[in-house]
Write a protein that binds this ligand. Structure first.
Ligand code: SF4
Length: 296
């Protein structure tokens, strides 16, 4: 494979973000948990410019090596596509989830195109299934490329609430909810399979309307993932201050889940079993209880 040109040296700041390009030593993180069904997680960036206030990744050990607060710095793995190409032998009949520890379509992707270039590599691996998971309509800049994968690629959009005023508090630097719906609609209209992750579940204004919106957006699948939080986590106070501690209650999650199951009934053969959505992200690694508690 001909090495792709790297972008010229970036300025240290990108939209108030401290950018520290790095050469990664590895790019495919094996996913050992069979329940998730992923072969590998692939993160073209370390750190995430969306900086969601509840993000479990901020507790990961390597996230702590960043030079500032979570969301204030990002290390683009500038050799990610070449590294991936060199490890393509691992990808035969594997499933790749992009990305579990960053958003592949965070704003910096406009400049670095690392997610795109990794996808270009994956396109050349014909037996590899790919799941792209994001909060950003920036994914649309690669619409044609995503379509080229056909049935072996799906896109997941995280839409944790139907209320953009909630989003402005919990994910102030992530794209607005209406823009995510628009992205789902464009992807689905282009024939790309789209899944909506109501995760981690935040305060919802009207669960039934929310679920119907998901259905009419063209998404083929939706799942609800609860938030689990230690009391000492600073985000606990954010929830408490806004009267949103209910999102931690199993009954609340079950109510939202039921509304979604009404409009996204599981396939007949799965009705007796617990629904296991195929696009739920893997859980966190270590120091915090699981953020994404999969409920289908
Ligand atoms: S977009 Fe995902 S990885 Fe990025 S801060 Fe938000 S939850 Fe974390």
């Amino acid at each position: 494979m001909t090495p792709l040109p790297l972008p010229s040296e970036p300025p240290p700041l990108f939209q108030d973000l401290l950018v520290e390009p790095e050469e990664a030593r590895s790019i495919l993180r094996p996913q050992k948990d069979e329940r998730y069904g992923f072969g590998f997680a692939l993160s073209p960036y370390r750190g995430c410019g969306h900086g969601c206030r509840y993000c479990y990744v901020r507790e990961y050990p390597n996230a702590l090596h960043g030079p500032g607060d979570w969301g204030g710095w990002v290390a683009p793995k500038v050799n990610a596509p070449e590294l991936l190409w060199s490890q393509r032998h691992k990808l035969h009949q594997a499933r790749v989830f992009m990305a579990s520890a960053t958003d592949p379509y965070q704003p910096l992707e406009r400049r670095y195109r690392l997610s795109r270039r990794c996808l270009e590599v994956l396109l050349l691996c014909p037996t590899t299934e790919v799941i792209v998971h994001t909060r950003s309509p920036l994914v649309l800049q690669d619409l044609e490329l995503l379509r080229d994968f056909g049935e072996r690629l799906s896109v997941g959009l995280s839409i944790p609430t139907d209320d953009d005023t909630v989003r402005q508090i919990v994910e102030p630097h992530a794209p607005a909810i209406p823009s995510r719906w628009a992205a789902v609609e464009r992807l689905a209209a282009a024939g790309i399979r789209v899944s909506i992750g109501v995760a981690p579940l935040m305060a919802v204004h009207d669960a039934r309307v929310f679920a119907r919106r998901a259905r009419t957006s063209g998404a083929s699948n939706a799942w609800v993932g609860g938030l689990r939080l230690l009391k000492q986590d600073p985000f606990y106070k954010v929830l408490a201050d806004h009267g949103w501690l209910k999102v931690l209650a199993p009954e609340y999650k079950e109510g939202i889940r039921a509304a979604f199951l009404e409009v996204f009934p599981p396939p007949k053969h799965k009705r007796e079993a617990r629904v296991e959505p195929v696009t739920a992200p893997p859980g966190p690694m270590a120091s915090q209880p699981g953020l994404f508690d999969r409920v289908g």
